[in-house]
Design a protein around this ligand. Structure first.
Ligand SMILES: Nc1ncnc2c1ncn2[C@@H]1O[C@H](COP(=O)(O)OP(=O)(O)OP(=O)(O)O)[C@@H](O)[C@H]1O
Ligand SMILES: [Mg+2]
Length: 280
């Protein structure tokens, strides 16, 4: 296939076949996020290739795929944090710039400078800036909202602590609180369960379910195949391309997982245990 538009497509062409895509989306439901023909490249190498994805409003969706599959890239490109080589992304039928305040983002923990001298409360309050505008200083009302979000994630006692002095799980909860305070309509979370203990994981999933009960749409990059079917009702399997996307019962199949992970046997064994319905 070679080089097109300065991008080397050879690797992408070797990725899982497009016809394997699932996508039994509920056509009647309204669409929270629609991605068409999205390609992103780093140094002329595509990290995600020709992504078509529709996320119906009101689902709790996992994005699942191996390390380097392009999960973070997909989220960052949707939020215009990195440039796109091609494609369009719409939230509620509009480009991101028009609906910024409706979209909450929890970045992957390792991608953030935690030595930055600021407190937990300040980081959470920053989640409100989209609504306040940069010129306004947060007042008592905003601080109270931030404290409430910290209570939701069990971090109220650490509000004044420097973020450099948090454990990994506490950092994760801080980011979750920052997204919660924003009161978005759709949340994109990049591995919120990484580096948290079992109790925190339960607390986070409870919060996600509450968001869902309030009609929000939540998209979560997730690594643990064992909990995927329990936690999520929708899934997108990604490996540079979308392998399949749709309701978890139809999409989270051994066949689709094998296509997503290739020869990664450990993952497949996990998947078999969970799926419990198909021979791998
Ligand atoms: N800033 C960058 N410059 C160059 N290559 C990058 C950059 N960011 C990511 N990549 C590459 O793009 C590919 C996709 O990376 P991405 O971070 O999106 O993967 P991921 O699915 O989120 O992986 P993980 O599960 O490890 O978080 C990887 O091969 C990665 O090395
Ligand atoms: Mg990532």
């Amino acid at each position: 296939m070679g080089i097109r538009n300065g991008i080397d497509f050879r690797e992408a062409d070797a990725a899982p076949a497009r016809e394997a895509r699932g996508g039994a989306a509920r056509d009647t439901a309204s669409t929270a996020l629609e991605i068409d023909d999205l390609t992103v490249a780093y140094n002329s190498r595509p990290a995600i290739w020709d992504i078509d994805l529709r996320v119906p409003e009101g689902v709790l969706m996992a994005i699942i795929g191996p390390n380097g599959a392009g999960k973070s890239t997909l989220i960052k490109a949707a939020l215009k944090l990195i440039p796109r080589a091609a494609g369009t992304v719409q939230f509620y039928g509009q480009p991101y710039e028009q609906v910024r305040g409706l979209v909450g983002y929890v970045p992957q923990r390792g991608s953030v400078d935690w030595d930055f001298p600021t407190t937990v409360l300040d980081v959470v309050t920053m989640g409100l800036y989209g609504r306040l505008g940069w010129m306004r200083r947060p007042g008592q009302k905003e601080q109270a909202a931030a404290m409430h979000a910290l209570e939701q994630v069990g971090m109220q006692d650490l509000a004044e602590r420097q973020i450099s002095q948090l454990s990994g799980g506490q950092q994760q909860r801080t980011f979750l609180a920052r997204a919660l305070v924003q009161d978005a309509r759709i949340y994109l979370m990049d591995e919120p369960f990484a580096a948290v203990d079992a109790v925190t994981e339960r607390a986070i999933i409870t919060i996600l379910r509450e968001l869902l009960a309030r009609g929000k749409t939540v998209v979560v990059v997730h690594h643990d195949l064992q909990t995927a079917a329990e936690y999520f009702d929708w899934v997108t399997l990604l490996n540079v391309e979308v392998v399949a996307s749709g309701p978890i019962a139809e999409t989270f199949t051994a066949d689709n997982l094998r296509q997503t992970y290739g020869g990664r046997v450990a993952y497949l064994e996990d998947a078999q245990r969970i799926a419990g319905r198909e021979e791998l």
